[in-house]
Design a protein around this ligand. Sequence first.
Ligand SMILES: NC(=O)c1ccc[n+]([C@@H]2O[C@H](COP(=O)([O-])OP(=O)(O)OC[C@H]3O[C@@H](n4cnc5c(N)ncnc54)[C@H](OP(=O)(O)O)[C@@H]3O)[C@@H](O)[C@H]2O)c1
Length: 219
Amino acid sequence: MKIGVFGTGSVGSAIATALVANGHHVMMGSRSAGSERAVAWRDKTGTNAAEGSFADAASFGEIIFLCLNGAFVLDVLASIPAMDLHDKIIIDVTNPLDFSAGMPPRILPAFQTVSLGEQVQAAVPGAYVVKALNTLNYKLMVDARLVNEGDHNIFICGNDTVAKERVKDLLVENFHWRADNLLDLGDIRTAHCTEAIVPFWVLVMQSYHTPLFNFKVVH
Ligand SMILES: NC(=O)c1ccc[n+]([C@@H]2O[C@H](COP(=O)([O-])OP(=O)(O)OC[C@H]3O[C@@H](n4cnc5c(N)ncnc54)[C@H](OP(=O)(O)O)[C@@H]3O)[C@@H](O)[C@H]2O)c1
């Protein structure tokens, strides 16, 4: 499959690398084609790896991963022709965090009432936005086996049931997630709750002194 990954940071690199390792063709997007980090990633990753602008990655990908600094996601989406995202699944891994008052972060004021996930869906109404993977560390996103033998949860939010099932399949097939650990919370409005849990995740990380842990729902 051809997949566009918006983002050259830790998350974008981990996701793009894991997807190439699973046989997908991946284009990493950044603010301008030829960015140092994207070119370095492409050169070390091999023939199925490409890089370009965000718009290039949008038109390349059948599925898009959003792995951007949360403060700039809406600006980036506004810069992309709507047709390049039309009918595509956008997996939104981002969080709208404000570190200006120290740790743990707060939610940026613009996203306290209406979540970033909801605002992403409103910005690209022709796409199927699925919020996922935003509640854990990037290493664990792409290899669930790293803690508790892969037995822990992530949360899936989105308006379209078929799109959510496709995302679940992708996570199971590529990132070692167990299907029954992928909890569908409902429509994209529920992203408000999964974004809000991230400052709490940071507190736990500070307490555990490691980012390699996750939430497990028991009942
Ligand atoms: N780190 C984790 O383990 C983790 C876990 C869960 C969720 N997340 C979320 O995943 C997202 C990505 O995190 P990250 O740590 O990998 O990277 P990041 O540093 O938050 O974001 C890097 C990306 O943001 C883009 N960016 C930065 N400033 C921009 C601007 N002014 N305009 C447009 N784009 C801009 C960069 O573009 P260029 O490539 O052009 O520089 C780059 O591609 C964040 O929303 C974060 O909250 C992170």
